[in-house]
Design a protein around this ligand. Structure first.
Ligand SMILES: [Cu+2]
Length: 248
């Protein structure tokens, strides 16, 4: 009778155990729960500082933008937002107290937003470097009502004009739009109240449907007829009223 070596028997037993474990794993007895992969990127809320009054998103007071060797200077901007600042602009409802700011490149700018209204307003700056202001290159200060909040950013080295606006629906369209020029900026944006021409000027076209033409004809006919009707009425009155001779 052949004798099987003990090592081979042990190897075969271990292989059987592995196969059994794998088959149990591939047939789960309960539904699988898909867990999201651990997020290794910096969390969004780490860039968003929220409290009861509002929030500051993507502030940066330390990291230098590409091309800046050092912080070239410090600047301070206070922006008021509210309805009262729109009074000087015809047809506008909301505005900032100023529509343009100029700052130097590689400058640390401390921005304070003061909300003078009891409704939500924002100060949002666009097209900043995405690596400093992820994921869309935006810096935002938001206030839910009256109050003030401060955030800091470092201006990039490039000569550029940045859009500053309130992103609450219809607030920019109704006047809350401004521009921030770094190193003199690279031009002007459109529709800045009191500063640049409207990109789409107010225009109220008439829809010339058949009904509109019919209404126009009726209005014109009525307008032309009224003088003749009045003249006829007056003539009738004169002819029916007693003359001076008849009175005697
Ligand atoms: Cu607003």
């Amino acid at each position: 009778m052949h004798r099987i070596p003990l090592s081979i028997v042990l190897f075969m037993l271990s292989q059987t155990a592995v196969t059994q474990t794998r088959s149990t794993e591939s047939q789960p007895s309960e539904p699988m729960t898909v867990r999201p992969a651990p997020d290794t990127t910096p969390h969004q809320h780490h860039r968003m500082h929220i409290d009861m009054d509002g929030m500051v998103m993507n502030k940066n007071s330390e990291t230098l933008p590409e091309g800046c060797e050092r912080i070239a200077g410090e600047a301070e901007i206070t922006v008021h937002a509210g309805r009262r600042h729109a009074r000087r602009f015809n047809g506008k409802i909301f505005a900032f107290d100023r529509q343009e700011w100029s700052v130097q490149p590689c400058t640390r700018v401390r921005i304070t937003l003061v909300n003078d209204d009891d409704i939500r307003h924002q100060l949002m700056i666009h097209e900043l470097p995405v690596y400093l202001h992820p994921p869309f290159g935006m810096f935002t200060i938001e206030l839910n009502g009256k109050g003030r909040k401060t955030g800091t950013l470092i201006t990039p080295k490039e000569k550029k004009t940045y859009l500053v606006h309130c992103d609450v629906p219809q607030h920019m369209e109704n006047g809350m739009k401004a521009q921030l020029k770094v190193d003199g900026g690279d031009g002007d944006l459109s529709s800045i109240p009191g500063l640049t021409a409207e990109e789409t000027p107010d225009h109220y076209p008439v829809e010339w449907s058949n009904q509109a033409y019919a209404l126009l004809c009726i209005a014109a006919f009525t307008g032309l007829t009224i003088p003749f009707l009045l003249r006829g009425l007056l003539r009738n009155r004169r002819s029916t009223s007693p003359t001076a001779d008849q009175k005697k």
